[in-house]
Design a binder for this molecule. Sequence first.
Ligand code: ADP
Length: 211
Amino acid sequence: MVRTIELTKRQELILDIVKENGPITGEHIADQLNLTRATLRPDLAILTMAGFLDARPRVGYFYTGKSGAQLLTENLQRIYVRDYQSIPVVVSENVSVYDAICTMFLEDVGTLFVVDQNTVLVGVLSRKDLLRASIGKQELTTIPVNIIMTRMPNITMCERDDLLIEVAKKLIEKQIDALPVVRETEKGFEVIGRVTKTNITKAFVALGDDE
Ligand code: ADP
């Protein structure tokens, strides 16, 4: 962009801060310059009107020299599992396939995580795992889930501080619908959340709204 107007030293500083840290709120720019938000307001108004900066409600100021794709990539690098994870639904490894099916309906989820008596993750149950077990002539109330579940160490997991985009890649790569969010303890992995395709879709919609 050709700068046709003369910027003050402070306006140049603001541009540098936004280039480096954008999207950034007026409040945070003011903090970095040790000034009040009110003092900065005229400078931000000039920079925005001149087209150097773009302001988005609830997001902050962007440097307009960046392409939309660059901004999208940067925003994606700021979304973590902890921002979108849901509460996990777990069952004990001793419950029957019948009870697991009931839990799946009652809790309205598509994936159950199976834990041992120490609440450590031992398996995953999907809708199709339960359907497959139901096709045969077995008595569903007598088959424990631990004989049909996908078990450790073959479980794909994530942590709350992982990037959501990395989880999305794993869901695609492994062709699965959900990942448990775990915390490592001395006993094993404790389930503290879940990320499903629905969570990813919510993040996608939120990104679109910001754009
Ligand atoms: P569905 O089988 O209902 O289509 P998924 O695609 O999620 O649901 O599951 C496919 C298979 O992968 C199932 O056998 C399931 O046990 C297994 N699975 C699901 N989630 C995971 C996971 N996070 N890690 C490992 N295996 C999984």
